[in-house]
Ligand binder design. Structure first.
Ligand code: B1M
Length: 217
């Protein structure tokens, strides 16, 4: 394993934003391929972050800083990945449901999915069911992710799934839901395909389903 990969891995796991950015930039200048830096450095690091989080060796604030470092490195890499034609492993549309402004968890899930190699289209917060449905029609994602933090906005997840069902292409997309008040049982009740209790589990779930919409970054 090249030293550069190890240094990038360490910078991301330790949440060293400037370090990750500089190391990725220097490695590119040194002639290392962007795809290798992505897989051997950034994605491997976020896998490690997910594993440590699941073991209880890492907590949300640290995970957020690692995700930030990964994002900083990824922003340097992105134009080179386009040039190299490295495909994203799948396309995800994500958002916090209507009436709900909480976005820290949703942003964490987004960053972890990007770190795992997914293209993520983030619709933001307070996203109406029709807006999700419109985005599904426009972008044909593999996965739709819905986040809700309030018991009062959970119902919007059901409404959103119904709006997506109405498009008539429900078999082409998988829907995952998450957020503090959400449960596996609720996910089954409203017809979602999956539930994740945290960002790391959301990534594992997303990686495990088949993806047809891989596209260049
Ligand atoms: Co509000 N808030 N908040 N809040 N807030 C909660 C959720 C609450 C539990 C606090 C409490 O009373 N104890 C409570 C909800 C009660 C309930 O419904 N049962 C509450 C309330 C009541 C409110 C307001 C109504 C308060 C008011 O104005 N009276 C109001 C609502 C505004 C609105 O949305 N319309 C409100 C406002 C706010 C702030 C704006 C101040 C701020 C949000 C800032 C922001 O997000 N930009 C805020 C915050 C910060 C919180 C708490 C303190 C923290 C939430 C958080 O960011 N956690 C929260 C109390 C708490 O949870 N302890 C609370 C960290 C984050 C990383 O975790 O979001 O759970 P979480 O995400 C996790 C998992 O859930 C999962 O992965 C993430 C990472 O592991 N996950 C997914 C999340 N989405 C996923 C999607 C997936 C998969 C996994 O697939 C797509």
């Amino acid at each position: 394993m090249k030293d550069e990969y190890e240094m990038i891995f360490k910078a991301v796991v330790e949440g060293n934003v400037e370090g990750a950015e500089k190391l990725v930039s220097d490695s590119l200048m040194g002639g290392i391929m962007a795809g290798e830096l992505l897989n051997q450095g950034l994605i491997r690091a976020m896998d490690e972050v997910g594993t440590r989080f699941e073991r209880g060796d890492m907590y949300i604030p640290e995970m957020l800083v690692s995700a930030k470092a990964m994002k900083a490195g990824l922003s340097i890499l992105r134009p080179y990945l386009v040039k190299e034609g490295i495909p994203a492993i799948g396309r995800v549309i994500i958002g916090t449901v209507k009436g709900d402004m909480h976005d820290i968890g949703k942003n964490l899930v987004t960053m972890m999915l990007e770190g795992a190699g997914f293209e993520v289209i983030d619709l933001g917060t307070d996203v109406a069911p029709e807006k999700f449905a419109e985005a599904v029609r426009k972008y044909s994602p593999d996965i739709v992710g819905l986040s809700a933090l309030l018991t009062t906005t959970m119902q919007q997840m059901k409404n959103t799934i119904e709006a997506i069902d109405d498009l008539g292409t429900r078999d082409q997309v998988k829907i995952i839901i998450g957020g503090a008040p959400v449960t596996q049982e609720y996910s089954e009740k409203i017809g979602a395909d999956g539930y994740a209790a945290d960002a790391s589990k959301a990534v594992n779930w997303a990686k495990a389903i088949p993806h047809s919409n891989s596209k260049v970054f």
